[in-house]
Design a protein around this ligand. Structure first.
Ligand code: NAP
Length: 265
């Protein structure tokens, strides 16, 4: 984890959902490196404690809370605990997400469809709903929804996932309009392919299904990005840092695409 940088977020409290690994871990670390108190959340306790302890070892502030975003009681409990301990919640990053099955729409069961919506849409809703009252009390805040390029353009593989990511995009814009007067900015970030367990698992499944080597599939994916390769979690984390920092004070309802040029074609 990076050593402390400029203190752009000194003393601010940041809840990052799904920060036990992947993109969320990188976001929590980058925000902490700028002085934020990072609240690491997710269901995998040992990973959450690992991320929090790595941040603390580097001189930052962090603590882990078990949180399943689909469990409203737990969401309310974590938000309250953070507010009671720090007296404010400045930042919420709705990052927790699952990809769901990769298959055509007509092969989806209702259960499979709803599971993806439950985490990616309802989970983000529950976190915003339970954190916004504290932000209002504190005089403002920042919310970022981690959507995807597939909240903007289509693709033939994961219909439920893409629908949820489009929902995240509009949840951000609606929130931006509702809460602008309360000094709460709401934006969305749209990553292209980023090397995390989510993408690795996706490629491994494809590799088994198609009988193509994992490295070859990764090479094909790299080539789809005009910049020549897929991204790293930090590429997304620095975009989030910008949006929640004071440098972005005029930015709300915006969609920040970070995709190595993928959607520019
Ligand atoms: P990942 O490696 O699979 O990590 C997902 C994170 O979400 C983990 O920390 C996981 O923690 C957490 N999570 C999953 N279900 C949860 C639940 N019910 N409650 C709370 N936390 C939960 O995924 P990632 O690639 O880092 O993706 C992070 C976000 O970026 C997602 O919203 C994804 O849609 C978006 N995104 C990713 C890419 C990409 O290429 N990687 C591209 C575009 C958008 P636990 O298992 O510990 O709960």
């Amino acid at each position: 984890m990076k050593a402390k940088v400029n203190g752009r977020l000194e003393g601010r409290t940041a809840i990052v959902t799904g920060s036990t690994y992947g993109i969320g871990e990188a976001i929590a670390k980058v925000l902490a490196a700028e002085g934020a108190i990072s609240i690491i959340t997710g269901r995998t306790e040992d990973e959450g404690e690992r991320v929090a302890s790595e941040i603390r070892s580097a001189g930052g502030a962090a603590e882990y809370h078990h949180l399943d975003v689909t469990d409203e009681e737990e969401v309310a409990k974590v938000a309250k605990a953070v507010y009671q301990r720090y007296g404010k919640i400045d930042i919420l990053v709705n990052n927790a997400g699952i990809s769901g099955p990769s298959k055509p729409t007509h092969e989806y069961t209702r259960e499979e469809w709803e599971k993806v919506f439950d985490v990616n849409v309802t989970g983000a809703f529950l976190c915003s709903k339970n954190v916004i009252p504290y932000m209002k009390e504190g005089g403002g805040g920042n919310i970022v929804y981690i959507s995807s390029i597939y909240g903007i353009v289509g693709s033939q593989d994961n219909p439920a996932y893409h629908a949820t990511k489009a929902a995240n995009r509009i949840m951000a814009k609606t929130g931006a309009l509702i809460y602008a007067k309360e000094n709460i900015r709401v934006n969305s970030v749209h990553p292209g392919f980023i090397w995390t367990p989510m993408v690795e698992d996706f490629l491994k499944a494809q590799s088994r299904e198609l009988g193509v080597a994992l490295e070859d599939l990764k090479g094909e994916l790299d080539a789809k990005h005009p910049i020549g390769h897929i991204g790293e979690p930090d590429d997304i984390a620095y975009g989030v840092l910008y949006l929640v920092s004071d440098e972005a004070k005029f930015v709300t309802g915006s969609e920040l695409i970070i995709d190595g040029g993928y959607t520019s074609r």
